[in-house]
Design a protein around this ligand. Structure first.
Ligand code: VG1
Ligand code: CO
Length: 542
C-alpha cells in the first residue's frame, strides 16, 4: 500500500460555522473538497501516532466519506481509529467514546438537523480530546489552513470492511470497529434509575419515541424497548436511512408533526419524544402538553437530583444567551452557578471541564450534562423518564407546578429561512448601528432598558467572542434577540428569539404567541425585518 501526496489548491469557503463545516452534499463530494478539509484538520491537530474516533449519522455519503477519512488518517500516521460499525455513531456516543478511550479527538460526519440526501446537506466536525466540539481558536486555525493548503496525503488501499465488529489493519494503522450503542447504553445505566423506569413501563406507562429515520433509532430501541421494557414499536422511524426517509430530522413541532398530532390527539400516550439527525437534540411532549426547550432545561435542573447520577446536586447551570432565563431562576433558587454563553455547544466545554456547570441547554432543543461534552437527546429523554418515574405525575402537572413556583418565561423562536445574504446582512448592520440610540425608547408600551451585541468572555480561559447576537432588553425583563444562523447552507437564516416573563399566579396559561405579541411587534418594528428582507411571517415557529 502506498501513500499518495496529492497536489491540490485551497478551496474557498471551507469555514466551520456554529457546529463544524456544513455544505450541500454535492459540494462535499466535489473534487478534493472533503480531502482538503480533513487534511486541514490533521495539519492543525496533528495525526502522527494519534488515536481518533470516527462515526456519523448515516446520511448519504457517510459511508464513502468514512473510507476517505480512514485512508487519510493512515497516510497521516495515525496509530488507531475507533469507528462505529457501519460508520455510525450518534454525536453524543462519539463524544463518549472519545472520553472513554482517552483518544486524541474524533471526527463526526453529520449535518445534524439539516436534511440528508444527494441534494441535501453533509457536514464534518472535529471534537477535542475532552469529547467536545473544537473551540473557535481551533476551528479558525483549520479554516486558515484550508486557505493555504497545497497537498493532502491518502493511502492507496481497498475499503475497510466496517460491517463487522472487530480489529483490522489499514497500512500501519489499527482500525477498531465497535458496536455504536453498547458503551453509550452502559453510560446511561450509570446515570439513571433503570429499575424505576422499567417498573413505570411495566405499570402501563406508554411512550412514543420518533427517531425520524435518523441515528437514534438503534440507540432508542436498545435502551427504551430492550433494556427498559417499553412496548415493542414504541420507537417509530427507527431505521436510519441515508435520506432520513425524506424527513427533516429536526425535532420541533413543525418537523415532528406526526408525533405532535399523536400527543395532542385523543389516544395520546403519557410521554413523547423525538431526536435529530445525529442524536444530540431532543423534543419532549407530555399528553397534550408541549415542553419548550428552555422550560425543559429549567425543569430538568430543578429535578435532576431525582436521578442517581445527579443525586449530589448540580454545580451550576449554563444556557446559551438566546435561551430563556427560566433556568436562571432555578439556579438562583438552588443557590448554584448560572452561566450565559454564545450559541453553540463548544462554549459549554470549558465550564463543564472546570466543574462549574453540570447541566447545559440551548433553546434549539439541546440539553446535556457533564457526562459527555455534547448535547445529548436520549440522555434528556431518559432524565425526563427518571423524573416521571419518581414523581409519578404527568408532564403537564410538573410543568404547571414549575411555573407556579418560578413564574413562566414565555418563549418562542421565529426563523426566516433562505433570505438573500446581502439583505440579511444589511438588516443586521442597520440594527447594530441603531443600538446606542435605543435605551430609554418606549416601544409597544415597553421601555428599552439596554441594547447590545452580545460579547462573551470565557470565565475559564479568558477567550473573547464578539458579535454573538443583537439583544434588546426591556425594563419588564422581556427581550428579543436577532442573530443569523451559522448552520444553514442556503442564503441566510434569520433567527428572532422572543421572551417575556410572567410572575404568576395569573397569566401562566396564555398561548405563547399571544403572550409575546408586543415583543414580536417590537422586534419587527425596530429591526425593520419586512422592509429589509421582504418577509412578513416566519417559516418555522418553535
Ligand atoms: C443551531 C442552533 C444552535 C445549535 C446548532 C448546532 O445553530 O441554533 O443552538 O448549537 O444549531 O446544533 P445556528 O447557528 O444555526 O443557530 V446541531 O443539533 O445542528 O449540531
Ligand atoms: Co444535532
Amino acid at each position: 500500500m502506498t501513500i499518495h501526496t496529492v497536489a491540490t489548491a485551497p478551496i474557498a469557503g471551507q469555514k466551520p460555522g456554529t457546529s463544524g463545516l456544513r455544505k450541500k452534499t454535492p459540494v462535499f463530494m466535489g473534487r478534493h473538497y472533503l480531502e482538503n478539509f480533513v487534511q486541514s484538520i490533521f495539519d492543525v491537530v496533528g495525526a502522527d501516532g494519534k488515536t481518533f474516533v470516527l462515526g456519523g449519522d448515516g446520511r448519504y455519503f457517510n459511508d464513502r466519506a468514512a473510507q476517505v477519512i480512514l485512508r487519510m488518517a493512515a497516510a497521516n500516521g495515525a496509530a488507531r481509529v475507533i469507528v462505529g460499525q457501519g460508520a455510525i455513531l450518534s454525536t453524543p456516543a462519539a463524544s463518549h467514546l472519545i472520553r472513554l478511550n482517552k483518544t486524541d479527538g474524533g471526527i463526526i460526519m453529520s449535518a445534524s438537523h439539516n436534511p440528508g440526501g444527494p441534494e441535501e446537506d453533509f457536514g464534518v466536525k472535529f471534537n477535542m480530546p475532552n469529547g467536545g466540539p473544537a473551540p473557535e481558536a481551533v476551528t479558525e486555525a483549520m479554516f486558515q489552513r484550508t486557505t493555504t493548503l497545497t497537498e493532502y496525503r491518502i493511502l492507496d488501499a481497498q475499503d475497510v470492511d466496517l460491517s463487522v465488529v472487530g480489529r483490522v489493519h489499514l497500512g500501519g494503522m489499527v482500525v477498531d470497529v465497535v458496536d455504536p450503542v453498547a458503551d453509550y447504553a452502559a453510560l446511561m445505566e450509570t446515570l439513571f434509575d433503570f429499575p424505576a423506569i422499567r417498573a413505570m413501563f411495566a405499570g402501563g406507562f406508554r411512550m412514543r419515541m420518533d427517531s425520524m429515520c435518523a441515528v437514534t433509532g438503534p440507540y432508542a430501541v436498545e435502551i427504551l424497548e430492550n433494556r427498559l421494557g417499553a412496548a415493542k414499536g414504541t420507537v417509530t422511524h427507527a431505521t436510519p436511512l441515508p435520506d432520513f426517509g425524506g424527513m427533516h430530522p429536526d425535532p420541533n413541532p413543525t418537523w415532528a408533526h406526526e408525533l405532535m398530532a399523536e400527543m395532542m390527539g385523543p389516544d395520546a400516550p403519557d410521554f413523547g419524544a423525538a431526536s435529530d439527525g445525529d442524536g444530540d437534540r431532543n423534543m419532549v411532549v407530555g399528553r397534550g402538553a408541549y415542553v419548550s426547550p428552555s422550560d425543559s432545561l429549567a425543569v430538568l435542573a430543578a429535578n435532576a437530583h431525582l436521578a442517581p447520577g445527579y443525586a449530589r446536586g448540580l454545580a451550576g447551570v449554563a444556557r446559551s444567551m438566546p435561551t430563556s432565563a427560566a433556568a436562571d431562576r432555578v439556579a438562583d433558587a438552588l443557590g448554584i452557578g448560572k452561566y450565559e454563553t454564545p450559541t453553540g455547544w463548544k462554549f459549554f466545554g470549558n465550564l463543564l471541564d472546570a466543574g462549574r456547570a453540570t447541566l447545559c441547554g440551548e433553546e434549539s432543543f439541546g440539553t446535556g450534562s457533564d457526562h459527555v461534552r455534547e448535547k445529548d437527546g436520549l440522555w434528556a429523554i431518559l432524565l425526563w423518564l427518571n423524573i416521571l418515574a419518581v414523581r409519578k405525575e404527568s408532564v403537564a402537572a410538573i410543568l404547571r407546578q414549575h411555573w407556579a413556583r418560578f413564574g413562566r418565561n414565555y418563549y418562542s423562536r421565529h426563523d426566516f429561512e433562505a433570505i438573500e445574504t446581502a439583505k440579511a446582512d444589511a438588516m443586521m448592520t442597520a440594527l447594530r448601528e441603531a443600538l446606542p440610540s435605543l435605551p430609554g425608547q418606549v416601544v409597544e408600551g415597553m421601555t428599552i432598558a439596554a441594547a447590545d451585541d452580545f460579547a462573551y468572555t470565557d470565565p475559564v480561559d479568558g477567550s473573547v467572542s464578539l458579535k454573538q447576537g443583537v439583544r434588546v432588553m426591556f425594563t419588564d425583563s422581556s427581550r428579543f434577540v436577532l442573530r443569523l444562523s451559522g448552520t444553514g447552507t442556503e442564503g441566510a437564516t434569520l433567527r428572532v428569539y422572543l421572551e417575556r416573563y410572567a410572575a404568576g399566579p395569573e397569566g401562566l396559561d396564555l398561548d405563547p404567541q399571544e403572550a409575546l405579541a408586543p415583543v414580536i411587534r417590537a422586534a419587527h418594528g425596530l429591526a425593520r425585518i419586512t422592509a429589509f428582507t421582504g418577509r412578513v411571517t416566519p417559516d418555522v415557529v418553535t
